[in-house]
Design a protein around this ligand. Structure first.
Ligand code: ZN
Ligand code: FE
Ligand code: FE
Ligand code: ZN
Length: 265
């Protein structure tokens, strides 16, 4: 099984479990490596209620250490963060990067302006928006995130479909400019299995996006986005089949930012 690099901790206020339980689940699934990437703080103070606070970072480092202690050499434990992309977030991300020898930072577009569009509590805001415009804005931000070169991994590429909002017609017009920007950036994308458990009932990204990514030579990781130990490595067999259907033969591993290739079995 490939690595699972996208997993959360209770410090983000909407995940559960102990580090030992996540590691046990990762070992049981036969994962190659396990990575922790909780929702990073945005600024030094409070910023919405679904991420860790800056002042909790020492507790986060302890959590990672507990996972390492429990793994005790049986499984490499990687350290990362899932960071929110905002225009002009560069200085903040560089600050976070300097806090630890991270193995990777994941960049995710969860916000369009002040709207965390994937938050079910703000679902009604979709009603006031034109789906085509939201998609255009989302993919413009996704490409800008790639161009920023701030992240080793770009998270859940087509998250904007989470609640089944999709423009009419061929969606390739949205994907292609983003694919181009990602390919130039050298970042990896993730095949995030959590989408199968959301209203869209489809992995992030869809097969068409994965095929374009493969053709453009974009590296891939497979991620569960686990918010509970039982979700670690969830649907990885299904994800491997999807990756292979798109033409992928390998995923990448990340050790202090250095990529190596792991063949898909
Ligand atoms: Zn989360
Ligand atoms: Fe996310
Ligand atoms: Fe996540
Ligand atoms: Zn995520």
């Amino acid at each position: 099984m490939p690595a699972d690099y996208h997993t959360h901790t209770p410090l983000c206020h909407h995940a559960s479990g102990e580090p030992e339980k996540y590691v046990d689940a990762a070992l049981a699934a036969g994962l190659r490596e396990f990575g922790i990437s909780d929702h990073a703080p945005v600024g030094h103070g409070y910023f919405d209620d679904w991420r860790m606070l800056y002042d909790d970072l020492p507790r986060y480092f302890d959590w990672i250490q507990r996972a390492r202690d429990h793994a005790a050499g049986r499984l490499p434990i990687r350290a990362g963060l899932e960071c929110d992309w905002f225009p002009d977030c560069d200085a903040w991300i560089e600050h976070l990067r300097g806090l630890q020898p991270w193995d990777y930072l994941i960049g995710s577009v969860h916000y369009l302006g002040d709207w965390d569009f994937d938050n079910p509590r703000h679902l009604s805001r979709w009603d006031q928006r034109n789906v085509d415009e939201v998609w255009s804005l989302y993919w413009k931000e996704y490409a800008a995130m790639a161009e920023s070169q701030l992240f080793e991994i770009l998270g859940h590429p087509d998250l904007v479909k989470k609640f089944c909002h999709r423009p009419d017609g061929d969606l390739g017009r949205f994907y292609e400019p983003a694919i181009e920007a990602i390919a130039v950036s050298g970042a990896a994308i993730e095949l995030n299995t959590a989408g199968w458990h959301k209203p869209c009932a489809e992995a992030y990204p869809c097969l068409e996006f994965l095929e374009l990514a493969r053709a453009a030579g974009i590296p891939l990781v497979i991620s569960s986005d686990a918010h509970a130990p039982g979700e670690a490595a969830r649907d990885f067999s299904r994800a491997i089949e999807l990756a292979k259907a798109a033409g992928y033969r390998e995923t990448v591993l990340l050790d202090r930012g250095v990529k190596t290739v792991e063949l898909l079995e």
